[in-house]
Write a protein that binds this ligand. Structure first.
Ligand SMILES: NC(=O)c1ccc[n+]([C@@H]2O[C@H](COP(=O)([O-])OP(=O)(O)OC[C@H]3O[C@@H](n4cnc5c(N)ncnc54)[C@H](OP(=O)(O)O)[C@@H]3O)[C@@H](O)[C@H]2O)c1
Length: 297
């Protein structure tokens, strides 16, 4: 079991690239212990990651968060290995290039960016309660500023698709809405403060990515957006600051959420999926030994 040291411990999803990778590197550099839940491997040539891995300061768990089978396996391993978590960063996400569905039959952005953060948060409550900071930060977006309508009932099976301003935007908003609706009870019952944070624009283009972005965004990203260390700093500040639980922070300031009258409806969907689908499924076998990423030295 890890986390017997005096360092803070973070759990970061989507840490293998972009903002999550920059945040992982930042926290390791500041002496934090970092557990990551990732689908793809880290870059193999990163010396900080290699050394942190060898010291046990960086611990790697693997999952595709869109699949309950895979997510459950990853979360059970974390629960069996990590005694406490100070800050959970639910960061995995992205804009996909077409309508796709998760193994559970829900639209993929919805599964990855709205449902999975709820499940990961609820499954990590005991670890967070044992942590000293007791914070959860969800990576949001300003993409929903462009939404003219929002209907919680269509999140799982949207009728139409648009890159970035379609299901990507609605499901980021849905995640910030349930965060707002669930935050007070989470703080009162468990002492855990949950917020969502817009990391702002960041250049996270890499080979083979960007197809989920409208054509005009890619050159903007390439030539004008700052590096992902910028978004990582905003997520970090959002976690460590004192904004009220449930807030959405953008550029470090609290921002009102549109369509807030539907926050409770989105939260009810999360509770139903978690209680009736995730929790009631047949438990998996006891966790196998922790999957280790072998980073060539
Ligand atoms: N870049 C921006 O300007 C910007 C602005 C606002 C918000 N954001 C948000 O910031 C977060 C990080 O994105 P990024 O810009 O850093 O892009 P990125 O480099 O593509 O990082 C996305 C991360 O999420 C992971 N991920 C996606 N689907 C997953 C799944 N099903 N299971 C497990 N992991 C999954 C990816 O893993 P794989 O490599 O395996 O796909 C990757 O590690 C996202 O939530 C994004 O929506 C970004």
């Amino acid at each position: 079991m890890h986390n017997q040291s005096s360092a803070y411990t973070a759990l970061i999803t989507g840490a293998s690239s972009g903002i999550g990778l920059a945040l992982t590197r930042k926290l390791l550099g500041e002496g934090w212990d970092v557990a990551v839940l990732i689908r793809s491997d880290f870059p193999a040539d990163d010396q900080l990651l290699q050394e942190s891995r060898k010291r046990g300061q960086l611990r790697i768990y693997k999952a595709d968060v869109s699949s309950f089978t895979s997510l459950r396996q990853g979360l059970e391993q974390i629960k069996s290995q990590e005694a406490s978590i100070d800050v959970l960063f639910n960061n995995a996400g992205g804009s996909f290039d077409k309508l796709m569905y998760s193994p559970q039959g829900r639209e993929l952005h919805y599964e990855v960016q709205t449902v999975a953060p709820y499940i990961i948060t609820m499954e990590m409550v005991e670890q967070l309660k044992r942590g000293r900071l007791k914070r959860v930060v969800h990576t949001s977006s300003n993409a929903f500023d462009f939404l003219k309508s929002f209907d919680a009932a269509t999140l799982a099976r949207p009728a139409s698709f648009k890159k970035l301003t379609g299901p990507y935007a609605t499901t980021k908003l849905a995640m910030s809405l349930w965060t707002q609706a669930a935050a007070a009870a989470m703080e009162q019952e468990h002492g855990i403060v949950m917020r969502s944070v817009d990391p702002g624009p960041n250049n996270t283009l890499r080979k083979g990515t960007g197809s989920g972005l409208p054509f005009y965004v890619r050159p903007l990203m390439k030539f004008f957006f700052p590096p992902p260390t910028r978004g990582a700093s905003l997520l970090y500040d959002g976690a460590m600051g004192d904004a009220p639980a449930g807030s959405l922070l953008a550029k470090g300031k609290i921002k009102a959420l549109p369509f807030a009258t539907q926050a409770q409806a989105v939260l009810s969907q999360m509770e139903q999926i978690y209680n009736q689908e995730y929790q009631s499924a047949t438990p998996i076998d006891p966790p196998a030994p922790q999957q280790q990423l072998v980073i060539p030295s």
